[in-house]
Design a protein around this ligand. Structure first.
Ligand code: OAD
Length: 237
Protein backbone atom coordinates (compact mmCIF):
# COMPACT_ATOMS: atom_id res chain seq x y z
CA UNK A 1 0.00 0.00 0.00
CA UNK A 2 1.39 3.39 -1.08
CA UNK A 3 1.56 6.19 1.53
CA UNK A 4 2.79 9.60 0.43
CA UNK A 5 4.83 11.42 3.03
CA UNK A 6 4.47 14.90 1.59
CA UNK A 7 1.61 15.90 -0.68
CA UNK A 8 1.41 19.34 -2.32
CA UNK A 9 -1.89 20.31 -3.94
CA UNK A 10 -2.08 23.38 -6.18
CA UNK A 11 -5.61 24.72 -6.65
CA UNK A 12 -7.11 27.30 -9.00
CA UNK A 13 -10.44 28.91 -9.76
CA UNK A 14 -11.91 25.65 -11.15
CA UNK A 15 -12.19 24.13 -7.68
CA UNK A 16 -14.50 26.98 -6.61
CA UNK A 17 -16.53 27.12 -9.85
CA UNK A 18 -19.27 24.85 -8.50
CA UNK A 19 -19.51 27.05 -5.40
CA UNK A 20 -20.71 29.82 -7.69
CA UNK A 21 -17.47 31.80 -7.86
CA UNK A 22 -16.52 32.55 -11.45
CA UNK A 23 -13.29 31.43 -13.05
CA UNK A 24 -11.11 33.83 -15.07
CA UNK A 25 -10.66 32.36 -18.52
CA UNK A 26 -13.68 30.10 -19.11
CA UNK A 27 -16.63 31.31 -21.20
CA UNK A 28 -18.21 34.05 -19.00
CA UNK A 29 -14.98 34.17 -16.95
CA UNK A 30 -13.98 37.40 -15.19
CA UNK A 31 -11.28 38.21 -17.76
CA UNK A 32 -13.87 38.05 -20.56
CA UNK A 33 -15.81 40.87 -18.83
CA UNK A 34 -12.98 42.96 -17.42
CA UNK A 35 -9.58 43.95 -18.74
CA UNK A 36 -7.18 42.56 -16.17
CA UNK A 37 -4.92 45.60 -16.72
CA UNK A 38 -7.71 47.76 -15.24
CA UNK A 39 -8.47 45.69 -12.13
CA UNK A 40 -5.48 43.42 -11.47
CA UNK A 41 -2.37 45.59 -11.87
CA UNK A 42 -0.80 48.30 -9.65
CA UNK A 43 -1.07 50.66 -12.65
CA UNK A 44 -4.82 50.06 -12.96
CA UNK A 45 -5.25 50.78 -9.25
CA UNK A 46 -3.23 54.00 -9.53
CA UNK A 47 -5.36 55.09 -12.52
CA UNK A 48 -8.80 54.42 -11.02
CA UNK A 49 -8.73 53.17 -7.41
CA UNK A 50 -12.50 53.61 -6.93
CA UNK A 51 -13.22 51.26 -9.86
CA UNK A 52 -10.77 48.66 -8.53
CA UNK A 53 -12.29 48.87 -5.03
CA UNK A 54 -15.75 48.30 -6.51
CA UNK A 55 -14.51 45.23 -8.42
CA UNK A 56 -13.03 43.62 -5.28
CA UNK A 57 -15.93 44.74 -3.06
CA UNK A 58 -18.29 42.81 -5.35
CA UNK A 59 -16.06 39.73 -5.25
CA UNK A 60 -15.74 40.00 -1.44
CA UNK A 61 -19.54 40.18 -1.15
CA UNK A 62 -19.70 37.02 -3.27
CA UNK A 63 -17.88 35.16 -0.50
CA UNK A 64 -20.77 35.75 1.88
CA UNK A 65 -23.08 33.45 -0.07
CA UNK A 66 -20.59 30.95 -1.52
CA UNK A 67 -20.13 27.65 0.30
CA UNK A 68 -17.32 25.08 0.01
CA UNK A 69 -18.27 22.26 -2.38
CA UNK A 70 -17.52 18.53 -2.30
CA UNK A 71 -14.01 19.10 -3.71
CA UNK A 72 -13.02 21.49 -0.89
CA UNK A 73 -14.50 19.11 1.69
CA UNK A 74 -12.59 16.16 0.22
CA UNK A 75 -9.27 18.05 0.53
CA UNK A 76 -10.09 18.88 4.17
CA UNK A 77 -10.78 15.17 4.76
CA UNK A 78 -7.43 14.34 3.15
CA UNK A 79 -5.57 16.72 5.48
CA UNK A 80 -7.42 15.31 8.52
CA UNK A 81 -7.10 11.61 7.69
CA UNK A 82 -3.87 11.20 5.72
CA UNK A 83 -0.89 10.02 7.75
CA UNK A 84 1.59 12.23 5.86
CA UNK A 85 1.71 16.00 5.40
CA UNK A 86 -0.78 17.69 3.08
CA UNK A 87 -0.11 21.27 1.94
CA UNK A 88 -2.60 23.21 -0.17
CA UNK A 89 -1.09 26.00 -2.27
CA UNK A 90 -3.98 27.98 -3.70
CA UNK A 91 -4.05 30.67 -6.35
CA UNK A 92 -7.58 31.47 -5.15
CA UNK A 93 -8.34 34.54 -3.07
CA UNK A 94 -11.58 33.04 -1.71
CA UNK A 95 -11.68 31.41 1.73
CA UNK A 96 -13.41 28.16 0.82
CA UNK A 97 -10.47 25.87 1.66
CA UNK A 98 -10.22 27.18 5.22
CA UNK A 99 -14.00 27.13 5.64
CA UNK A 100 -13.97 23.45 4.59
CA UNK A 101 -11.36 22.77 7.29
CA UNK A 102 -7.91 22.88 5.65
CA UNK A 103 -5.31 24.44 7.96
CA UNK A 104 -2.01 23.82 6.14
CA UNK A 105 -2.70 26.32 3.40
CA UNK A 106 -0.80 29.00 1.47
CA UNK A 107 -2.70 31.73 -0.39
CA UNK A 108 -0.02 32.59 -2.95
CA UNK A 109 -2.20 35.27 -4.61
CA UNK A 110 -3.46 36.76 -1.33
CA UNK A 111 -6.94 36.81 0.19
CA UNK A 112 -10.12 38.76 -0.51
CA UNK A 113 -10.98 38.74 3.19
CA UNK A 114 -7.87 40.78 4.05
CA UNK A 115 -6.90 44.35 3.25
CA UNK A 116 -3.52 46.04 3.40
CA UNK A 117 -2.44 49.59 4.19
CA UNK A 118 -0.19 51.06 1.50
CA UNK A 119 1.42 53.32 4.11
CA UNK A 120 2.20 51.10 7.11
CA UNK A 121 1.79 47.76 5.20
CA UNK A 122 -0.35 46.27 7.99
CA UNK A 123 -2.61 43.45 6.80
CA UNK A 124 -5.97 43.10 8.55
CA UNK A 125 -8.93 40.77 8.22
CA UNK A 126 -11.79 42.67 6.61
CA UNK A 127 -15.03 41.41 5.08
CA UNK A 128 -16.89 44.67 4.43
CA UNK A 129 -16.57 47.00 1.43
CA UNK A 130 -13.62 49.37 1.30
CA UNK A 131 -13.19 52.68 -0.52
CA UNK A 132 -10.87 55.67 -0.70
CA UNK A 133 -12.10 56.90 2.69
CA UNK A 134 -11.38 53.64 4.55
CA UNK A 135 -9.07 54.32 7.50
CA UNK A 136 -6.22 52.01 8.47
CA UNK A 137 -6.91 50.69 11.98
CA UNK A 138 -3.17 50.65 12.70
CA UNK A 139 -1.76 53.96 11.41
CA UNK A 140 -5.04 55.89 11.28
CA UNK A 141 -4.44 57.21 7.74
CA UNK A 142 -7.08 57.17 5.02
CA UNK A 143 -6.78 56.71 1.27
CA UNK A 144 -4.19 53.96 1.09
CA UNK A 145 -6.09 50.77 1.83
CA UNK A 146 -6.04 48.12 -0.89
CA UNK A 147 -7.18 44.51 -1.25
CA UNK A 148 -4.53 42.06 0.01
CA UNK A 149 -4.40 40.34 -3.36
CA UNK A 150 -1.42 39.87 -5.66
CA UNK A 151 -1.71 41.75 -8.93
CA UNK A 152 0.10 41.13 -12.20
CA UNK A 153 3.60 42.54 -11.89
CA UNK A 154 3.73 41.81 -8.14
CA UNK A 155 5.49 38.92 -6.43
CA UNK A 156 3.26 36.05 -5.23
CA UNK A 157 3.43 35.38 -1.49
CA UNK A 158 5.54 32.84 0.42
CA UNK A 159 7.42 31.61 -2.66
CA UNK A 160 10.39 30.29 -0.63
CA UNK A 161 8.11 28.03 1.41
CA UNK A 162 6.34 26.88 -1.75
CA UNK A 163 9.56 26.01 -3.61
CA UNK A 164 10.82 24.10 -0.58
CA UNK A 165 7.59 22.10 -0.41
CA UNK A 166 7.72 21.36 -4.17
CA UNK A 167 11.29 20.07 -3.86
CA UNK A 168 10.36 17.78 -0.97
CA UNK A 169 6.99 16.42 -2.09
CA UNK A 170 6.35 12.89 -3.33
CA UNK A 171 2.89 13.64 -4.78
CA UNK A 172 1.98 16.85 -6.62
CA UNK A 173 -1.65 17.41 -7.62
CA UNK A 174 -2.94 20.34 -9.67
CA UNK A 175 -6.69 21.00 -9.44
CA UNK A 176 -8.88 23.42 -11.41
CA UNK A 177 -6.25 25.65 -12.95
CA UNK A 178 -5.67 26.50 -16.60
CA UNK A 179 -1.89 26.51 -16.11
CA UNK A 180 -1.46 29.87 -17.79
CA UNK A 181 -0.20 32.09 -14.96
CA UNK A 182 3.36 31.85 -13.68
CA UNK A 183 4.92 31.03 -11.32
CA UNK A 184 2.17 28.49 -10.47
CA UNK A 185 2.10 27.20 -14.06
CA UNK A 186 5.77 26.23 -13.67
CA UNK A 187 5.35 24.14 -10.51
CA UNK A 188 4.78 20.85 -12.34
CA UNK A 189 8.02 21.26 -14.32
CA UNK A 190 9.92 21.98 -11.11
CA UNK A 191 8.52 18.85 -9.46
CA UNK A 192 9.31 16.73 -12.54
CA UNK A 193 12.94 17.88 -12.49
CA UNK A 194 13.25 16.46 -8.95
CA UNK A 195 12.08 13.02 -10.28
CA UNK A 196 10.74 12.19 -6.83
CA UNK A 197 7.03 12.80 -7.10
CA UNK A 198 4.01 11.51 -8.95
CA UNK A 199 2.32 14.39 -10.78
CA UNK A 200 -1.44 14.41 -11.28
CA UNK A 201 -3.78 16.88 -13.01
CA UNK A 202 -7.48 17.05 -12.06
CA UNK A 203 -9.40 19.55 -14.18
CA UNK A 204 -12.46 20.05 -16.33
CA UNK A 205 -10.36 20.09 -19.50
CA UNK A 206 -6.68 19.53 -20.24
CA UNK A 207 -4.70 22.56 -19.01
CA UNK A 208 -1.94 24.27 -21.00
CA UNK A 209 0.67 22.10 -19.29
CA UNK A 210 -1.35 18.85 -19.24
CA UNK A 211 1.30 16.79 -21.03
CA UNK A 212 3.73 17.35 -18.14
CA UNK A 213 1.53 15.36 -15.74
CA UNK A 214 1.99 11.62 -15.36
CA UNK A 215 -1.72 11.08 -14.53
CA UNK A 216 -4.74 13.09 -15.65
CA UNK A 217 -8.40 12.96 -14.77
CA UNK A 218 -11.02 15.24 -16.32
CA UNK A 219 -14.48 16.20 -15.05
CA UNK A 220 -16.15 18.40 -12.46
CA UNK A 221 -14.01 18.96 -9.37
CA UNK A 222 -16.92 18.02 -7.08
CA UNK A 223 -16.84 14.50 -8.59
CA UNK A 224 -13.22 13.77 -9.49
CA UNK A 225 -11.57 15.26 -6.39
CA UNK A 226 -13.51 13.19 -3.78
CA UNK A 227 -12.90 10.04 -5.87
CA UNK A 228 -9.18 10.81 -6.07
CA UNK A 229 -8.95 11.52 -2.32
CA UNK A 230 -10.62 8.16 -1.62
CA UNK A 231 -7.94 6.47 -3.75
CA UNK A 232 -5.12 8.17 -1.83
CA UNK A 233 -6.63 7.30 1.55
CA UNK A 234 -7.08 3.66 0.47
CA UNK A 235 -3.46 3.59 -0.73
CA UNK A 236 -4.56 2.76 -4.26
CA UNK A 237 -2.61 5.40 -6.11
P1 OAD B 1 -8.57 30.02 -14.96
O1 OAD B 1 -9.88 30.70 -15.12
O2 OAD B 1 -7.46 30.44 -15.82
O3 OAD B 1 -8.74 28.45 -15.15
C1 OAD B 1 -9.76 27.74 -14.49
C2 OAD B 1 -9.64 26.27 -14.86
O4 OAD B 1 -10.63 25.59 -14.11
C3 OAD B 1 -9.87 25.95 -16.34
O5 OAD B 1 -8.81 25.12 -16.82
C4 OAD B 1 -11.20 25.21 -16.36
O6 OAD B 1 -11.23 24.17 -17.32
C5 OAD B 1 -11.24 24.62 -14.95
N1 OAD B 1 -12.61 24.42 -14.43
C6 OAD B 1 -13.72 25.15 -14.66
N2 OAD B 1 -14.79 24.63 -14.01
C7 OAD B 1 -14.32 23.53 -13.37
C8 OAD B 1 -14.94 22.53 -12.55
N3 OAD B 1 -16.24 22.56 -12.24
N4 OAD B 1 -14.17 21.53 -12.08
C9 OAD B 1 -12.84 21.46 -12.38
N5 OAD B 1 -12.22 22.36 -13.15
C10 OAD B 1 -12.94 23.38 -13.63
O7 OAD B 1 -8.20 30.15 -13.40
P2 OAD B 1 -6.78 29.92 -12.69
O8 OAD B 1 -5.98 28.90 -13.40
O9 OAD B 1 -7.03 29.74 -11.24
O10 OAD B 1 -4.48 35.55 -10.74
O11 OAD B 1 -6.13 31.34 -12.91
C11 OAD B 1 -4.85 31.60 -12.41
C12 OAD B 1 -4.73 33.05 -12.02
O12 OAD B 1 -5.12 33.88 -13.12
C13 OAD B 1 -5.65 33.48 -10.90
O13 OAD B 1 -5.17 33.18 -9.62
C14 OAD B 1 -5.74 34.97 -11.11
C15 OAD B 1 -5.95 34.95 -12.61
O14 OAD B 1 -5.61 36.11 -13.29
C16 OAD B 1 -4.38 36.85 -10.42
O15 OAD B 1 -5.34 37.59 -10.46
C17 OAD B 1 -2.99 37.29 -10.05
Amino acid sequence: MKTYRRIVILTGAGISAESGLGTFRDKDGLWTKYDLRDVATPEGFARDPAFVHEFYNARRRGLLTAQPNAAHHALARLEAEHAGEVLIVTQNVDDLHERAGNRNLIHMHGELARIRCGICETVTEHRADIDLATICATCGRAGAMRPHVVWFGEMPLLMDEIHEALEACDLFVSIGTSGTVYPAAGFVAQVRRGRRALTVELNLDPSDGHSLFAERRYGNASEIVPAFVDEILRGEI
